[in-house]
Design a protein around this ligand. Structure first.
Ligand SMILES: Cc1ncc(COP(=O)(O)O)c(C=O)c1O
Length: 405
């Protein structure tokens, strides 16, 4: 007899991306020449994990007395204030209305959003290309996931499809939770331009005005914000200002990529709630969710990240170190664009970030054949996700050849 409930009995035991990575690593260890473009972590050209030395130092300098005790349930207040300051340095209104809770990475923030902004059985909405664990998080919370076609014929965000999906969701479940991962979307690498954000905001406001009793919440997943190619990755926030007080606005913030400490599990959900009564209600709901899931986050992890965010010398040092990693990644992006254009690969505008997605038919068959030739990418519906973050610049031509063959 299987004691696990029937609904959970068919669940895959291994995350498919982690399984691919395991296979690539095993074959490489056996001496095969492998290009592993499946890993979602930034690797140096020699294959070692890129780690910001200042972030590593900050972690090591946290004392035992700071690691050992429990943290406050919703997170250390100075950590939450530092995260709000990091996101909203140029957005005083957003900062003044911010309410936050610490979460184990951005994943925890996504989990809290799904649990607190949707009723059980309802569906969140996101782009047709999305990070697979969004679905897992929904399954785990007894919520569903709906998508809208991400790109239109001009290769821009398909706001007509979003409009239609919003209409359907409001009619069907009288509530919307929209996840947008920007900049450097996983898996496409796409970063929205200001006019695309303006169009999304206009749509959300129009739907909110037409359906005043249907709560609409936008959650921006900022996991890759620190690696955006544009000079000010937070510039898009000003486009979101009109939402305040009309459409719910929340952010998933993560230290994983920003400080190259994926295993530290430090993140936060931050919501902008101008109304004081609603703010108190949101704060209590987030805090209750923390208690009802992981109880509280790593106190030492929060301490280290707070120091990296607030100590001017450490912040400047980690920014400089990260800039070097962005240059490394930028060289791979350039090599990819150069080779991929020559081979006429189809993929979205790609300026920077950990991943790019190549549109293709029979993605699973292609990924399998590429794997046989020693090149690992992640197949999805109609596309292959290519993690340039884990591929040395010198391997990019081989990777592109395999994608094109
Ligand atoms: C799109 C996206 N969102 C959120 C996350 C969350 O990562 P973490 O929980 O490590 O912060 C990831 C990690 O790969 C991601 O790719």
């Amino acid at each position: 007899m299987i004691h696990v409930i029937p609904a959970h009995q068919g669940r895959p035991s291994d995350d498919p991306i982690f399984a691919l990575n395991k296979e690539a690593t095993t074959r490489k260890a056996r001496g095969e020449s492998i290009v592993n473009a499946s890993v979602g972590s930034l690797l140096l050209d020699d294959g070692r994990l890129a780690i910001l030395p200042t972030a590593a130092r900050a972690v090591h300098e946290v004392t035992a007395e700071e690691w050992a005790p429990y943290a406050p349930i919703a997170g250390a207040p100075e950590f939450l204030a530092a995260v709000a300051q990091d996101l909203f340095a140029d957005e005083p209104e957003m900062r003044a209305s911010a309410v936050a809770a610490a979460t184990p990475g951005g994943s925890g923030a996504l989990r809290h959003a799904i649990a607190n902004y949707l009723e059980p059985g309802q569906a969140m909405l996101t782009t047709s290309f999305f990070w697979g664990p969004y679905q897992t998080l929904c399954d785990e919370s007894d919520r569903k996931l709906a998508t809208f076609s991400m790109f239109n014929a001009d290769g821009k965000l398909d706001t007509a499809a979003l409009d239609k999906a919003l209409t359907e969701q409001i009619a069907g479940q009288k509530r919307v939770l929209l996840f947008i991962n920007d900049p450097c979307q996983n898996p496409t690498g796409y970063s929205m331009k200001p006019d695309e954000w303006q169009a999304v905001v206009a749509l959300l406001l129009a739907h909110a005005a037409r359906a005043p009793h249907a709560p609409i919440t936008l959650l921006v997943d900022t996991a890759y914000i620190a690696y955006a190619a544009r000079p000010n990755p937070r510039a898009f926030l000003k486009e979101l200002r009109p939402l305040l007080g009309h459409v719910g606005l929340a952010f998933a913030w993560s230290a994983s990529k920003t400080f190259t400490h994926y295993g530290l599990r430090v993140g936060a959900i931050v919501a902008c709630v101008p109304d004081a009564k609603e703010r108190a209600c949101t704060e209590a709901a987030f805090s209750y969710s923390c208690r009802g899931t992981w109880s509280n986050c790593s106190r030492g992890g929060m301490r280290a990240i707070t120091r990296l965010l607030t100590d001017p010398v450490m912040a400047a040092a980690s920014d400089n170190e990260r800039d070097a990693l962005k240059t490394l990644l930028g060289a791979r992006v350039e090599a990819f664009n150069f080779a991929a254009k020559a081979k006429s690969l189809l993929y979205p505008r790609y300026e920077g970030g950990f991943f790019v997605t190549v549109f293709t038919d029979d993605a699973h068959g292609r990924a399998l054949r590429m794997k046989e030739a020693g090149v690992f990418v992640v197949p999805a519906k109609g596309a292959l996700r290519v993690a340039l973050c884990s591929v040395a610049s010198s391997d990019v031509p081989r990777l592109v050849d395999a994608l094109a063959s």
